[in-house]
Design a protein around this ligand. Sequence first.
Ligand code: SF4
Ligand code: SF4
Length: 308
Amino acid sequence: MKNDKSTQGIIFNIQEYAVQDGPGIRTTIFLKGCPLRCRWCCNPEGQSPHAELMWSKPLCRRCKQCISWCPENAVSTDHEGYPLFKRNICHSCVNHTCEKKCPVGAIKIVGKHWSAQALYERIKTNALFYRNSNGGITLSGGEPFAQPEFVKEFLIHCETTGLSVGVETCGKFDWNRVKDFIDRFDFYYFDIKCMDTEIHKFVTGQGNEAILENLRRLAAINPERIIVTIPVIPGINATAEMITETADFCKDIGITQIRLLPYHALGKFKYHALDRKYLMEDDLSVWQTDLEMFKTTILSKEIHCWIE
Ligand code: SF4
Ligand code: SF4
């Protein structure tokens, strides 16, 4: 876009016509970069703040095009003839020739730079759908507030035309960098993963103190627009005690809505594509009876609750 001096951000997906990320029909924008490393994360490609290479072994035809076209000599082969990528080199690559040359789309570079203005121009073409369905935009990730200047500028663009914007946050962000605009979202999906800070640290890499403090601050401004999200993870927080403690905390700070997201392993294949280890045990699942029990517990505290 000519003369576009607006703030740059990095995004790894734009999902149009989403119906599960807030009211109405929405476009969900996934921003790259997150301070947490949740073991069960189903969007691990959103964690690093940089562009990354994802490679699909099932799609790969071992044609070696990516080897011959890589300008950085970053690709070799394993004993079966599959490509091996030197990801530390790919990390700073700007060519991404491999993605362009792979004949079967087995390589995908996740993370593209957008200016706030260009992103707004891109999504506003669907404005009619959003308005007619009471929908809008949902910022997700990764952690959107890890790119505060970009998010703020994008929000201002949306505000000029009255587009609804909601945000999904892991809660770990620098309050001082968002405090002048955080009150302007139509809704917040705000995660509480675990009330025990030691367990939280073990499974996400960070304690929960700053997250709970941010939630307290936000609840002091906009409690009715917050939907606390509890990812229900067996062996981590899927106990009556932990759910009760979470609900009590929410009740204390005036939050009236909680949604329960049962654990699934649908993102597991992405870890392989990123050459990372999936740390969750196989075959974990949450019993429906437990979910219903957790829901009843939360409802008993006069907090609206649903299972997604
Ligand atoms: S991302 Fe760049 S360095 Fe890595 S394989 Fe592709 S072209 Fe080579
Ligand atoms: S270019 Fe694509 S199909 Fe060919 S070896 Fe590389 S990843 Fe596999």
